[in-house]
Design a protein around this ligand. Sequence first.
Ligand SMILES: Cc1cc2nc3c(=O)[nH]c(=O)nc-3n(C[C@H](O)[C@H](O)[C@H](O)COP(=O)(O)OP(=O)(O)OC[C@H]3O[C@@H](n4cnc5c(N)ncnc54)[C@H](O)[C@@H]3O)c2cc1C
Length: 399
Amino acid sequence: MSLEPTRADGLARLAAFAPLMGRAYAQGRNGDPGPGRRRYVSELSAHIRHRLVTEEEVLRIALAQHGLPAAETFVQEVFWRVYWKGFLELRPAMWAEYRARARALQAELSAQAGLRRAFEAAAAGATGIACFDAWARELAETGYLHNHARMWFASIWIFTLRLPWVLGAELFLHHLKDADPASNTLSWRWVGGIQTPGKHYLARAENIARYSFGRFDPRGQLIEDAAPLAEPPPPPPGALSDGPAIPRGRVALLLHEEDATFWPEGAEVVGVGFLCWPQQRSIFGAAAAAAAFTEAAVADGARLLAARTARGAERLTPDKVGAWARGLGAEAILTPHAPVGWVRPMLEGVERAGLPLVAPRRAFDTLCWPLARRGFFAFRRHIPELLRALGLAEEGGGW
Ligand SMILES: Cc1cc2nc3c(=O)[nH]c(=O)nc-3n(C[C@H](O)[C@H](O)[C@H](O)COP(=O)(O)OP(=O)(O)OC[C@H]3O[C@@H](n4cnc5c(N)ncnc54)[C@H](O)[C@@H]3O)c2cc1C
């Protein structure tokens, strides 16, 4: 089933995958039989990333079909995403520092022929390590990699090829249709051993052979005893306010790639417009297929929400937002909160014609993100209470 950048496609995938979200997922998710053969992962990440379907919707279906004990692994994986989003939101300086390093490496790629050649060989899948080369090509051709393949790829990149992890993370952002500032940056840090300091992920040939079902066997090609990267640990978390309330009056709803389906209950929406900045995601911009997915995903969300108003959705440019909103008689421009990443600074720069830009957060995020203060296992303990607060699980249910 080819990946379509629409909510309808996301919902169809969700329905098709629902029967597998229980024990089948727990047993099957680690294996990667290769493109076109994967049954035990949902491949919903690009839809979830743009919120064509939301984490909450996915959790609701998993729990309704299987209950918490059977769906525990799937629920936990969805909450890895939620945790990463919260972790970065509480530490915006990590993103600023990552971006500065990416820009510095861009200059080094131009200046250092050796680094450039090694990077280009890895990105093109020409290292001679067959599994790695296949994943590099799959990444470029499909904009997706299985989670285990992402872990192996990142580990080989860092510990066998000895390339800077930030360049690998930027390559992922360039190609992935689910490119996400939090999940991507923090997962690369986790593989390198700097997210959970001292604990790194080393790809092992035996593990690759087993979980790729014998498609690959890189015995003798990998460095399997490297030490973790030595970098400062993540900074302590800051605080998160509840964010602004949804205004009651006439608002122009401005959607973007962080959330294509946000509907402000209680406001009077007089028009829906959308913006998107896929090329801002990395020093390499966005690959054509990834950019096209993002643009069409935001357009689809806007089209669906505009159907609740008297007008069609408007594709905008940043300099036209204020005039558009004024033309609709709006009292404010309302946009879904943009979490830490490349969209937030772009939104701050849109021309507003003197109107306030109000960016409320989803209640789901306001509830979950402040809990990402320490490691995942401390966060994980809150999941049953979060599910109850969200009305997704019954009182008394635990892990
Ligand atoms: C180095 C590296 C980089 C990554 N970069 C990204 C990224 O840019 N964007 C992104 O969405 N995910 C990223 N991930 C996380 C994960 O690999 C993908 O979310 C997952 O593979 C998507 O496939 P799926 O939809 O079939 O997942 P499923 O297994 O079906 O899981 C359902 C959903 O849960 C979430 N999820 C599952 N596993 C994880 C995880 N380990 N971390 C965070 N969320 C998870 C995703 O939203 C996913 O769609 C990265 C992981 C690694 C190791």
